[in-house]
Ligand binder design. Structure first.
Ligand code: ADP
Ligand code: 5GP
Length: 246
């Protein structure tokens, strides 16, 4: 495809949808694939806007008919990207962003190794727990078992960070949005020679600092907090009962 394929993955609740929606307001020329899912709509989600909501039966027939570029089972539901989303972006010469989990990302990378892969992390488990809780409250649903299921998967997903070229630590939202925007603009500049609208040197520096290969120092405390690398005594409780975020 003439456009660039971006893949963004993150543990649930890290703020990926928030980042992508801010990016959409600020950067044009990028299509966002609307996935198919068998999970029920959440909060104010609308069919055809956040997701195409469907049944397991319909999803399975679509999968058997080869209609998905990738699909995976995540938290007990199926999620998949329609081939059509990719074909449409290809035909229009647009960039395309896929918001998919680590399993789906691996499937797409195997077919399209040129994809630009971005992994979003929360700064630590406590912040992740708070964000998941706040989102549930805002949506008027408080499903603790679903929340724990998503939290318990977080470390396993974060372990896959090495498969991603860029790492974003979503601590301060404005900074993470600026970093995501810089990555998109820098890739357009390097791959297509597209000029960067303003402050080009700074943009390239911000993007370069997010390369996984340049992120070891930033990553260290996050990986330790999730018990993935480093000193185990610095691991923070995923399911801890601190009252400060309740
Ligand atoms: P994801 O798409 O990764 O599952 P969301 O974008 O739904 O996560 O974000 C989860 C919750 O965290 C939402 O309530 C969102 O408003 C909040 N959030 C996202 N990014 C930040 C941030 N940098 N600081 C504080 N809250 C955030
Ligand atoms: P949520 O239920 O919170 O919207 O999404 C749960 C997880 O499913 C997230 O990690 C999200 O990235 C992932 N996901 C959403 N759409 C797709 C998709 O089309 N394919 C795959 N593999 N994962 C998806």
């Amino acid at each position: 495809m003439a456009g660039i394929l971006f893949i963004i993955s993150a543990p649930s609740g890290s703020g990926k949808s928030t980042l992508v929606s801010e990016l959409r307001k600020q950067v044009g020329g990028i299509d966002f694939a609307i996935s198919w899912t068998t999970r029920a709509p959440r909060g104010s989600e609308m069919d055809g806007r956040e997701y195409h909501f469907t049944t397991r039966e319909e999803f399975q027939s679509m999968a058997e008919a080869g209609m998905f570029l990738e699909y995976a089972e995540v938290f007990g539901n199926y999620y998949g990207t329609a081939r059509l989303s990719y074909d449409d972006a290809l035909a229009a010469g647009h960039d395309l962003m896929l918001d998919i989990d680590v399993q789906g990302a691996a499937q797409v990378r195997a077919k399209m190794p040129e994809a630009v892969c971005i992994f979003v992390m929360p700064p630590n488990p406590k912040v992740l727990r708070t964000r998941l809780r706040n989102r549930s409250r805002a949506e008027g649903v408080m499903n603790e078992s679903e929340l724990y299921r998503r939290l318990s998967e977080a470390s396993r997903e974060i372990e896959k960070y090495r498969e991603y070229g860029y790492i974003l630590i979503n601590d301060v939202l404005d900074r993470a949005v600026a970093q995501l925007e810089a990555i998109v603009l820098a890739e357009r500049f390097y791959r297509n020679g597209e000029p960067i609208p303003f402050r080009s040197r700074r943009t390239l520096e911000v993007a370069a600092a997010c390369l996984q290969t340049n992120s070891q120092e930033r990553l260290k405390p996050v990986l330790e907090a999730f018990g993935i690398e480093g000193d185990p005594s610095r691991q923070q409780l995923l399911f801890g009962g601190d009252a400060d975020d309740d």
